[in-house]
Design a protein around this ligand. Structure first.
Ligand SMILES: Cc1cc2nc3c(=O)[nH]c(=O)nc-3n(C[C@H](O)[C@H](O)[C@H](O)COP(=O)(O)OP(=O)(O)OC[C@H]3O[C@@H](n4cnc5c(N)ncnc54)[C@H](O)[C@@H]3O)c2cc1C
Length: 391
């Protein structure tokens, strides 16, 4: 059991921290006020090759593991970029995992290099308004039409909460190819990676609580033609392909949450040392110290679970329990740290210029998405404790 980072992992942290330095707290405060995708950060990461950190070397990636990707995402978030920075590249890092595992060589050559170079931007279109967390109830329909070139699918339906759809030119889409009443078990859904053709796809931004620079949207698809060559793997098996990417996604968002929690804790600790009330720094009071100490313990304990999940994943071992537990613990620890940071700042915690209220608004995201805390508890109860499935 070795809990230390390797030399290479330390170097990743240092390089990403340096790269994020120009994007300081004032940059993110301005982005939070005005919106606008953080193109500059996306470009800086793409130009230095970081978007391919976990992509295979044969297609221009660095071929590193989800552990290294998690460290990178955590460092971006911890720099003060929070979820606004991490979400700008999150999908690029893990999202095309089903393509890496199940795509053909031709598809990987066509899709991975432009994504790694930052030329393509992808969004991930799964959630639907009427299905919620019950993915097997998705109703966006893809109907196959044969043709000399292998044929194509015509897709119509509605998605919700699709992040980065305002700026994406590509879409990883899960859609129904077999009517729900004829589908067996988890089959009937197919996975596509295709052009987001705005002639057939209307994207409406959702006005939301936090992470203003990275949009989330309602997406209306009406008659989008997708070449059969853009289907990943077999028809009807899309749900099982998506499952392969779920654990890495949970690990990455958990790492991002810990980064955000650490950023909040650092601000709170600095303020506690500076702010003088009753003729002494407020940080001399145990009532200020203890919540911050507790947040440190919660964040670091969650981080151990997340890194365990990442290590298991990279070793090709099952990690569902650890990835889910890590995501739950990290999100709760992050939220607690952001709340404690506001309480430490007193009234100034409510002022935007002190940044911690922005962090708290962003801390809701890893709590709510991509899976809710309730569903994680249901999963652990069933899969780890052996209790009956409750949902
Ligand atoms: C900022 C943001 C970005 C997002 N980005 C994307 C994206 O890029 N792509 C994408 O596809 N989706 C995205 N999502 C969607 C996200 O994954 C979903 O919101 C999430 O999966 C929850 O689904 P829902 O909102 O439909 O909740 P619902 O399924 O409506 O659930 C509502 C509540 O009921 C609870 N609940 C439901 N059933 C049970 C049960 N049986 N037992 C206990 N509790 C239950 C849930 O835990 C939840 O608390 C994003 C969401 C947010 C907020």
């Amino acid at each position: 059991m070795d809990f230390s980072l390797s030399h290479e992992q330390e170097q990743i942290r240092e390089a990403i921290a340096r790269l994020c330095e120009p994007f300081d707290a004032e940059y993110w405060l301005r982005k939070d006020r005005e919106g606008g995708f953080p193109d500059e950060l996306h470009r800086a990461l793409a130009e230095s090759g970081w978007l391919g950190i976990a992509m295979p070397e044969d297609y221009g990636g660095a071929g590193l593991g989800i552990t290294e990707a998690a460290l990178m995402m955590q460092t971006i978030s911890q720099s003060g970029a929070g979820l606004s920075g991490a979400s700008a590249v999150h999908m690029n890092i893990f999202g095309l995992h089903p393509v890496v595992v199940f795509g053909t060589d031709e598809q990987k050559r066509r899709w991975l290099p432009p994504l790694i170079a930052g030329k393509d931007r992808a969004c991930f279109a799964v959630t639907e308004p009427d299905a919620g967390l019950n993915t097997l109830k998705l109703s966006t329909r893809a109907r196959y039409e044969p043709g000399a070139d292998g044929g194509h699918y015509v897709v119509s339906g509605q998605k919700i909460w699709i992040s980065t759809a305002q700026v994406a030119n590509k879409m990883l889409l899960l859609a129904r190819t077999t009517p729900i009443e004829e589908a067996r078990g988890t089959e009937g859904l197919s996975l596509f990676y295709t052009d987001l053709d705005r002639r057939y796809v209307e994207v409406r931004e959702i006005d939301k609580m936090g992470r203003k620079p990275v949009d989330s949207n309602q997406v209306f698809i009406d008659g989008l033609r997708i070449p059969a060559a853009d289907r990943i793997g077999d028809e009807g098996k899309g749900f099982s392909y998506i499952l392969h990417g779920l654990n890495p996604e949970r690990i990455l968002i958990a790492a991002e949450a810990i980064g955000l929690g650490r950023a909040a804790l650092a601000r709170a600790t600095a303020y506690a040392g500076e702010r003088v009330v009753f003729d002494r720094p407020i940080g001399r009071n145990q009532a200020i110290q203890h919540p911050l100490a507790r947040s440190w313990m919660e964040l670091e304990a969650a981080n151990l679970m997340v890194m365990k999940a990442a290590t298991l994943y990279d070793a090709g071992k099952p990690c569902g329990a650890e990835a889910n537990a890590g995501k739950y613990l990290a999100a709760e620890a992050c939220f607690g740290a952001c709340e404690n940071a506001i309480l430490t700042h007193g009234g100034m915690g409510y002022a935007k210029e002190y940044h911690v209220e922005r962090y708290l608004r962003e801390a809701w995201i890893p709590r709510l998405a991509p899976v809710s805390p309730q569903l994680i508890l249901c999963f652990i109860a069933e899969k780890v404790l052996g209790l009956p499935k409750s949902y």
